[in-house]
Design a protein around this ligand. Structure first.
Ligand code: ADP
Ligand code: GLC
Length: 489
């Protein structure tokens, strides 16, 4: 295999800074790719958490003025991750959520902040770091999406480019008046350029200029090419149909391993599922639920947003209250949903419990202790919690959208390989129906154990999935090297 060098560009990275699955992917994929002879360095913003986590850090170069302030490019590592950090205090020295002010609103200069990140990727792509000249620049989501556009407009020999869409709902749209400040040429403000409904579209620009577009499941790759799923970008995505691939996410199976997990009450494997009982008891206690071993305990670990459909679960619950069903919800996000879940926990104490917040350790306990994990998303590019659930023997109950459709096999119609329960369309009634179907199956212990074990033996690791990225990178390198179609602009 020819070695490939990749500059990955991401606005969050596990285990340093995370608001969702993007961080998990940005943190795990580079490590998995090493087995495919792909050397990855990741460019991330120099948030305080990143500056603190960096070891062996050294400045590569400094600019007195980069995007409005003094900045440095620093390299270092965090565990196995090799990082380039854009240390630009005027843009990134802000603690907490990477995108939101303490008042919970987008930082007003997000357009400038993430253009700066992409611009630095462009610099590295064009050879600014002589010891690391990438073959590929791989941008994740809108925050990195200007990188392929900058590289295109540089007019210089450039590396290949990939953009991965983790979530089309977040598009990075900023006023056209910013064009000069972010250093794009006037003629880029065109339909074939970075213009998007009269503004500048960062994700649009990435989708326009990257050599290849990937998203995180085959079904989502199809959904985003429709008018509804395309969220304003469906038309553009259809023109790029031949360049789009859906590659499923994996999870880090060393972090998510019930046999070794230090964050759960009782460790177990597929051969010792009885040992899950201690986790269930711990979970019931933590959420103030009745300590009943035979109740059907459902878990949720999620951002609380419209995407995730958790308002439907609230609406479905009254119909389920007569059954022996309990619910443990860990989540944060929309103030309204947070309030409603708090309210449900008060109104149905002992049956419904809610922890509002972000708690990594508790997420592990929910996976280890709940019988079913509910993911009723309206759309879901891939979804990671159902993958963790499969590995932990918490049976996923999911809507038939995006990566949920691709990673869970329904008990009806899956023959011997059922791993969960799916429903469509995404409505309160259908969700309640799927929960009741799962509850009925739960009553048949041997059959339930089979579903759990099927899930636990499903490959949810990055191994084969990372290889698909490696193949894609090599294909791009080969195509770009092959005359006469070599495109160096
Ligand atoms: P998304 O990226 O859309 O939020 P994913 O399912 O891809 O959805 O990834 C969510 C990740 O964040 C998972 O690793 C999940 O365990 C974690 N997570 C989400 N909410 C919480 C929370 N409140 N506490 C702890 N972990 C959470
Ligand atoms: C996004 C999506 C989620 C996906 C994650 C990682 O946040 O909402 O479905 O799993 O990115 O790709």
């Amino acid at each position: 295999m020819t070695p490939v060098r990749v500059l990955s560009v991401a606005s969050e990275i596990y285990p340093i800074i995370k608001t969702g699955g993007l961080a998990d992917v940005a943190g795990a994929l580079p490590i998995a790719l090493a087995a495919d002879d792909v050397e990855v360095r990741t460019l991330v913003p120099g948030y305080p958490d990143v500056m603190e986590a960096l070891s062996g850090a050294g400045a590569i170069f400094e600019w007195p003025l980069f995007f409005g302030g003094a900045s440095r490019l620093v390299q270092g590592s965090c565990g196995e991750l090799k990082l380039f950090v854009l240390d630009a205090p005027h843009l990134f020295a802000r603690p907490g959520n990477p995108y939101l002010s303490p008042e919970g609103v987008d930082w007003p200069d997000n357009g400038l902040r993430f253009a700066g990140l992409a611009r630095m990727a462009d610099n590295i792509g064009l050879g600014a770091v002589t010891s690391f000249l990438p073959d590929i620049v791989h941008a994740h989501d809108w925050q990195a999406a200007l990188a392929p556009a900058y590289l295109h407009y540089s007019g210089r020999p450039r590396p290949g480019t990939v953009i991965t869409v983790h979530n089309l709902a977040f598009q990075g749209r900023f006023p056209r008046s910013m064009l000069e400040a972010i250093g794009l040429p006037p003629d880029s403000l065109a339909v074939q350029g970075v213009e998007y409904y009269g503004d500048i579209g960062y994700l649009k620009a990435g989708l326009q200029f990257a050599d290849r577009v990937t998203t995180v499941s085959p079904t989502y790759a199809r959904e985003i090419q429709s008018d509804e799923g395309g969220m304003g970008l469906g038309g553009l995505l259809r023109t790029r149909s031949g360049d789009i691939s859906g590659i499923l996410n994996g999870i880090d199976t060393s972090v998510w391993n019930p046999a070794t997990d230090p964050q759960i009450a009782s460790r177990y494997d597929a051969g010792g599922l009885d040992r899950r009982a201690a986790n269930k008891a711990a979970l019931q206690q933590r959420f103030g639920l009745e300590p009943r071993a035979d109740a059907f305990l459902l878990g949720v670990i999620s951002r609380l947003s419209w995407q995730k459909g958790l308002d439907l679960l609230l609406e479905a619950f009254p119909a389920l209250l007569g059954e022996d069903i309990q619910l443990a919800v860990l989540g944060s996000g929309d103030a309204d949903l947070q309030e409603r879940y708090r309210g449900a926990a008060q109104a149905h104490a002992g049956k419904v419990g809610a922890v509002i917040g972000y708690d990594e350790a508790l997420a592990h306990l929910i996976q280890a202790g709940s019988d079913g994990l509910v993911v009723p998303s309206r759309f879901e590019p891939c979804g990671l919690t159902q993958l963790c659930a499969l590995r932990y023997g918490a049976v996923p109950i999911v809507s038939r959208v995006g990566g949920l459709e691709d990673t869970v096999a329904d008990a009806d119609g899956a023959g011997g390989v059922a791993t969960g329960f799916k429903f469509a369309p995404v409505t309160t009634d259908r969700l309640a129906g799927a929960v009741l179907r799962a509850h009925a199956a739960f009553a048949d212990k041997p059959a339930w154990r089979t579903i759990q074990r099927n899930g636990m033996s499903t490959d949810v690791s990055w191994r084969n999935r990372a290889s698909r990225y490696a193949d894609l990178y090599r294909e791009i390198v080969k195509t770009r090297a092959a005359p006469p179609s070599a495109d160096t602009g």
